[in-house]
Ligand binder design. Structure first.
Ligand code: ADP
Ligand code: MG
Length: 747
């Protein structure tokens, strides 16, 4: 029995006080079918809300089953509602995205209805309200009458003693209204059914009692049917704590029933996840990137370059070189890696001063670049194309000429080649590195073509006299194609040195101007050969060379000799003593280095040389990276939060319905958490799968997964889940910041 004693309720709006209920005294019993009528604003809804625990009141007392519930807190009232009350409102309050079946099932899940009997019970209720034909239809597609019947079935599912209906037929046509009221009448035999209506006529044939309100007063209380069996005690439902399986199930239904919202949310989470993976991956990548670009041994150390030699310093066979290509992460083999240790020069005319300026370029392999390293343009496809480090002088489609010598007035006899390339791409140059030179990224074919000029720069050239017994160091070997094969043109000082070293005519030699050691004396008495060996070669056999003429070349500084081009090329041994393997970065270099060492080679990784000054730099860099990472997480979280908030708020009504069906805050909060968890896990799988695919193609997206260990994946998954948990908790606070009734009213 519900008894109201002297209940008064006021509403305050501005300075006005509205008396919505005026000292109401009334009792309700099980078995009654009560119609509450009255004009609009007479207090019908207020009365209903008060007795069903949705609203508080200022004066009076209320008893339920003899218990005084007048001083119940909001929380206690929630329990009260769960124990006794089922609601049917004018605007259906069902979850539009659910099917009829799911709407009813939800009520059973939330009240903890025996799982094995659940399905049968749902079908039974659907049958009872006559909705079998639409049971699997989405509620949004149902007619008003069907929706209202679903709500009634849901109220019945709860098996509560009191069913309150506020204008349940307000939005329905006459035919549907009649069916709804019949239905309510049918179930009223062992319940208390209270129906608010502004049209008593339609209820007349069912009501056992009629109340009429006017200005918050009951002005009529009339028993319409006498021979009804009334009972004083209401059955009390034991509140049920929804278990994890149920929550998992509800969350699953939610995601399935709103594929678009789920997809959108998944997309947001995926983007958040991507940002984390990128921030994290770039962080790891940076840590795998060398800061050092200079070593004492190599002019152009580059993190893509691994230098290999044999333990016995012998020549590499072509099989060996081929086998390197098959090592994981090896992108290519540069046979003549001396080009990396040469600096090439580009001379430019300065318009302002009318002078030539010289810029030094270091030569690097274009194989070490990925598309995503490019600021613009593309990678070189032929040996005449080049990618440059960004600078003010050149850009895409310009031609750039470089040479391994300063060519001012190009001497026709110089051996130096000038190479001209078309710029097809630009990369960001790391100017943080001290003394960074401009960069030129060339194809392997172009590097191959440069080899002789690189050899010339990086080799010892000796003029050998009498089978290595004596030699003179030659600074430059230049080309003069008018010479015969293996003919050499020397210079006067060279002969002077040789004569002196061989002890000819000391007195003459000491007085240089007095006359040279005559070539007629010297040349016929000795064998001459030229011996050239690059930095990594051991001395090889000299060629027999006829030193034909000794002459003075006034325009050449230094000690140079001339040969023709054929002879020149013969001087350089094409055999490979030291190739460079091209990888992408330090991370790959480490793996390849290990493998090569296992294969029995000497490997030198120039950028792996770290001294103590750099160690501090590395600590500072790691600190910066961690800060950036932290900041990214923060920014991404807030952006994600504001986008996701709209999605969650758009589902607010659904969460409220859970509450009106009897779900506790905790349950709803958990449902939301689990929904997010599902989406997060799915997003994680999708994002990672895409990245794994990306890892195996050369796209513009950097490959970062390689840096991830299992532990890193775990950290990311944990991080995103923690953030989503935090987000869900915040959203829950948003959903619950108003009472059920005011929230429902607002909806
Ligand atoms: P009915 O359902 O019979 O139309 P209500 O119970 O909704 O009437 O309202 C009774 C009186 O209380 C009306 O005068 C109405 O304006 C007032 N009222 C109802 N709800 C509020 C509210 N939230 N704030 C202020 N006044 C309200
Ligand atoms: Mg009303």
């Amino acid at each position: 029995m519900i008894r109201l004693e002297n209940i008064s309720k006021y509403y305050y709006s501005g300075n006005n006080v509205v008396l919505a209920l005026r000292k109401i005294d009334i009792e309700f019993r099980k078995g009654e079918f009560i119609a509450i009528t009255g004009k609009s604003g007479s207090g019908k809804s207020t009365l209903l809300n008060v007795l069903s625990g949705l609203d508080t009141y200022e004066d009076g007392k209320m008893f339920v089953n003899g218990v005084d519930v007048s001083h119940y807190t909001v929380k206690e009232l929630e329990v009260y509602r769960k124990q006794y009350i089922g609601f049917v409102f004018q605007d259906y309050n069902i979850i539009d995205s659910y099917t009829v079946y799911q709407n009813i099932e939800l009520a059973l899940i939330i009240q903890g209805y025996d799982k094995s009997k659940r399905r049968a019970r749902v079908l039974e209720l659907i049958e009872q309200v006559g909705l079998s034909h639409v049971k699997n239809q989405k509620a949004s597609k149902c007619s008003g009458g069907e929706k209202q019947r679903t709500v009634i079935a849901r109220a019945l599912a709860k098996d509560c003693s009191v069913i309150v209906c506020d204008e349940p037929t307000g939005n329905l046509d006459v035919e549907s209204s009649k069916r709804i009221l019949e239905l309510l009448h049918n179930i009223s035999s062992d319940k208390l059914v209270i129906v608010v209506t502004h049209n008593y006529e339609e209820l007349k044939e069912f009501a056992t009692r009629k109340l009429r309100l006017h200005d918050g007063d009951i002005i009529e209380d009339k028993i319409e049917k006498k021979n009804v069996k009334l009972e004083d005690t209401f059955k009390e439902l034991t509140p049920y704590k929804t278990n994890l399986t149920d929550i998992l199930k509800i969350a699953f239904i939610n995601i399935k029933s709103m594929p678009k919202k789920a997809f959108f949310s998944g997309l947001i989470i995926s983007l958040m996840l991507l940002s984390f993976v990128f921030a994290f991956g770039l962080n790891l990548k940076e840590k795998n990137t060398s800061l050092i670009d200079k070593t004492p041994y190599f002019e152009n150390a580059n993190q893509s370059r691994l230098i290999v030699t044999k333990r016995d310093d012998s020549v590499f066979t072509s099989e060996e070189l081929d086998s390197f290509e098959n090592i994981k992460y090896v992108r290519g083999v540069v046979n003549y890696d001396l080009v990396f240790d040469s600096t090439y020069i580009n001379a430019t005319y300065n318009n302002e001063y009318g002078l030539n300026e010289f810029f030094e370029y270091k030569i690097l392999p274009s194989l070490s670049l990925n598309n995503f390293d490019l600021l613009r343009g593309r990678l070189p496809e032929s040996k005449l194309e080049v990618v440059i480090g960004e600078n003010d002088l050149y850009d895409i489609d310009d031609y750039i000429s470089v040479s391994n010598e300063f060519i001012i007035n190009k001497i026709e006899a110089t051996v130096t080649d000038q190479f001209t390339y078309k710029i097809v791409g630009v990369i960001k140059q790391d100017l943080s590195i001290e003394e960074a030179k401009n960069e030129l990224y060339l194809t392997i074919e172009a590097l191959d073509e440069m080899r002789y000029s690189a050899f010339a720069e990086n080799s010892q050239k000796l003029l050998v006299i009498d089978d290595k017994a004596m030699y003179a160091i030659v600074e430059d070997i230049r080309i003069d194609n008018s010479l015969e094969d293996f003919e050499v043109l020397g210079y006067d000082m060279m002969l002077f040195d040789m004569c002196r070293d061989f002890g000819y005519r000391k007195e003459v030699i000491d007085d240089f101007d007095a006359g040279l050691c005559p070539k007629e004396w010297f040349l016929p008495n000795h064998d001459f050969g030229i011996n050239v060996f690059t930095r990594y070669e051991s001395l090889n056999d000299p060629y027999d060379i006829v030193l034909e003429t000794i002459a003075l070349y006034p325009h050449i500084y230094g000690q140079g000799v001339y040969v023709n081009e054929y002879t020149y090329n013969q001087l350089f041994d094409d055999e490979i003593y030291q190739p460079s393997l091209i990888v992408y970065d330090m991370f790959e270099a480490k793996q390849v280095k290990e493998e090569l060492e296992e294969m029995g080679y000497n490997v030198f990784y120039p950028t792996g040389v770290i001294d103590e000054d750099d160690a501090l730099e590395i600590i500072i860099r790691n600190l910066q990276l961690s800060l950036t990472l932290g900041l990214t997480v923060l920014v991404v979280y807030f952006v994600g939060y504001f986008v996701m908030r709209n999605v969650v708020v758009s589902k607010r009504k659904d969460y409220l319905i859970y509450r009106s069906v009897g779900a506790s805050k905790k349950t709803i909060s958990n449902v939301l958490v689990i929904e997010m968890f599902y989406l997060t896990v799915i997003s994680f799988i999708v994002v990672m799968s895409i990245l794994v695919i990306n890892e195996n193609i050369n796209s513009v997206i950097p490959r970062l997964l390689r840096y991830f260990s299992v532990y890193n994946y775990f950290v990311i998954l944990l991080l995103i889940n923690l953030l989503m948990l935090l987000m869900s908790k915040n959203f829950n606070a948003k959903i619950f910041n108003k009472s059920v009734i005011s929230s429902l009213k607002a909806e």
